[in-house]
Design a protein around this ligand. Structure first.
Ligand code: B12
Ligand code: SF4
Length: 527
């Protein structure tokens, strides 16, 4: 095998996005939330003769010297990274450097990446060796594609954590399973990763955590599973072993993940997650309206009191971050007020409020196309400055478009008023039962962060300091063990407060545009 220098390049996320936590990262001296798990997983399958370096463009600048060093560039990411991926591709090719593109967006929309020399699509574990052999045999371009949902996750290697500079990140991702058993109409997870969740064995997963521990990481680890509880049987075997693993090492990690709301129905699972130091879970609630949930096939959220379900998760010491969507066909003009009421009742401080987006290859985009409502040429990543909170609705809406946009704006403005956000946080903190939770070993770096955060939130930031003092005092009086969660959610407001203002202004502009040009929008839809 010929020696090669391979540069992995993780594209930049668009700037105005909910998830980039930019201001919070700056406040605590980090550069971005999380590293590229897909790229470092793929890197672990490259031959040892290939020397690999990683440039995460969210943390470091990609220089001409980096490109001059490389014999091959490998890049790719999500839809929101498309503009950056294209720019990387062109910059490499202008220098005569061959480019390999893979990852979720290229897998969903390969036709957009025709400038790449090689496309390596899908979960690449079964086919990466074919690609490597082709490159080694002098093949200069090609397309390699894994059969969907067929990858045996037991073949997923331990990611190359050694390629990361841990100082850049708030958290590190790991993955236990791929796929989700549900059928939500707008979801592309089930198109990319399938409906049969494939889980790693406990031994495989613990070996990954061993590697992360040995590499020196301590603190927040995020299980990036599509639905952590998708394969409950495997999870119930794994979690007790994870709890033992943590105990034996004096609790070096604390975990977050993503799961469906039916987690609230399984008290055994909640207890196991609590024992394994889970402190947060992202849940897609999407709508407060039962008929909308039925129409969008989010059946796991129906026939239940959503606020009560959230509170059951709080009672296990785990706080909920929730996703909501505006723009469903069946919603009416009360969407902003009814969703706002649910968010208040459930006391969920952090809510991602997105516009419905018909992602490529989803049931939703297929239906809208059949109905003649999907915008054919709508570029979802066009202005490189937003995510689903400000971009989306790439179809003719049932309600007037300006009304949908105005409702999304009103909801974001209301939910992120400091007194609302911190009011919900105080109620959440009282409901959070943190018994048996072991914060990850505090390091000097954590203390430094806490001091910086304390200064920022309690002294320097005039917009929130009153609310933060009230929250800290309330928490100290009523539930001191929940202080860590309260601080975390406070820290995230440093980004979310300004982001909400940015999103509201962007939605305001779009509302005015939709008001001014309703005819043009309909023509674009049918043309
Ligand atoms: C963690 C995660 C995030 C994290 C990102 C952390 C980070 N730095 O990467 C956060 C929370 C920030 C995030 C946010 C968003 N995300 Co996201 N996210 C994920 C999630 C759950 C896991 C990603 C991961 O690490 N997977 C594990 C690795 C091992 O899998 P993988 O990335 O697919 O990699 C494999 C292959 O694709 C391949 N591969 C990957 N890269 C490359 C590159 C090359 C060159 C090659 C050859 C192969 C290759 O090798 C790997 C092994 O097989 C995925 C779902 C998923 N199952 O992947 C969604 C997912 C990637 N996200 C998605 C979306 C839409 C978003 C958002 C836009 C959501 C929103 N509503 O706003 C935001 C935007 C972010 C922003 N800042 O604007 C979509 C992407 C769809 C698309 N067509 O691009 C996904 C698929 C799921 C979904 N439907 O929500 N996300
Ligand atoms: S529960 Fe989440 S991952 Fe599963 S199908 Fe629905 S939206 Fe997709």
């Amino acid at each position: 095998m010929r020696r090669r220098n391979v540069l992995l390049i993780y594209p930049r996320f668009a700037t105005g996005t909910f998830w980039n936590y930019r201001a919070t990262c700056e406040a605590v001296g980090r550069r971005c939330p999380a590293p590229p798990l897909g790229l470092i997983t793929m890197a672990a399958l490259l031959p040892p003769e290939w020397t690999v370096r990683l440039i995460d463009c969210n943390a470091d600048a990609l220089t001409d010297d980096d490109l001059a060093w490389a014999d091959l560039a490998m890049t790719g990411g999500m839809l929101v990274q498309q503009c950056s991926t294209f720019a990387i591709m062109r910059r490499c090719r202008a220098r005569g450097l061959r480019v390999v593109v893979g990852g979720p967006d290229a897998t969903s929309s390969p036709q957009l990446y025709s400038e790449a020399d090689y496309l390596v699509l899908g979960e690449i574990e079964p086919i990466l060796a074919n690609f490597v052999a082709a490159v080694d045999n002098g093949v200069t371009s090609g397309r390699f594609e894994t059969e969907r949902y067929s990858t045996d996750i037991a073949t997923a290697p331990i990611p190359r954590f050694d390629l990361l500079d841990f100082n850049h990140y708030l958290q590190i991702g790991v993955q236990f399973s791929r796929g989700c058993p549900f059928l939500c109409e707008f979801c592309d997870i089930i198109e990319l990763y399938g409906r049969v969740p494939r889980a790693k064995s406990s031994a495989q997963m613990l070996a990954e955590l061993d590697a992360l521990y040995a590499a020196g990481w301590r603190g927040h680890v995020d299980f990036v599973d599509d639905n952590f509880i998708g394969n409950k049987k495997a999870l119930k075997v794994f979690l007790p072993q994870l709890a033992d693993w943590l105990k034996a090492r004096n609790y070096p990690f604390e975990f977050s993940t993503e799961a469906s709301l039916n987690l609230a129905d399984d008290s055994e699972l909640l207890a196991l997650m609590r024992a394994a130091n889970f402190f947060a879970v992202f849940v897609g609630i999407e709508s407060s309206d039962e008929s909308t949930l039925i129409a969008t096939r989010k059946k796991q959220n129906t026939r239940r009191d959503i606020a009560a379900s959230v509170r059951r998760i709080y009672a296990a010491g785990i706080f909920v971050v929730a996703g909501f969507i505006v723009g469903f066909d069946s919603e009416d003009d009360s969407v902003a007020s009814s969703t706002g009421r649910l968010i208040e009742n459930a006391a969920i401080p952090i809510c991602m409020i997105g516009l419905l987006t018909a992602l490529p290859n989803t049931e939703l985009s297929r239906r809208l196309k059949r109905e003649g409502r999907l915008f054919a040429d709508y570029d979802l990543s066009a202005d490189d400055d937003g995510d689903h909170c400000t971009q989306g609705l790439n179809f003719t809406t049932k309600r007037p478009r300006h009304a949908v946009l105005a409702d999304a704006r009103d909801l974001i403005v209301e939910v992120y008023r400091p007194e609302r956000y911190f009011g919900r946080l105080r109620r959440m903190v009282r409901a959070l039962d943190c018994t048996g939770y072991y914060p990850a070993i505090p390091l000097r770096r954590d203390l430094y962060e806490i001091i910086r955060l304390g200064w920022h939130c309690l002294v320097a930031n005039a917009e929130i300091r009153r609310e933060v003092w009230k929250t800290v005092i309330d928490c100290a009086r009523h539930n001191p063990p929940a202080l860590r969660a309260a601080l975390r959610i406070t820290a995230l407001y440093i980004h979310l407060g300004p982001f909400a203002r940015y999103a509201a202004a962007a939605l305001e502009r779009k509302t005015a545009e939709a008001n001014a040009a309703p005819v043009a929008v309909v023509m674009a839809a049918t043309g």
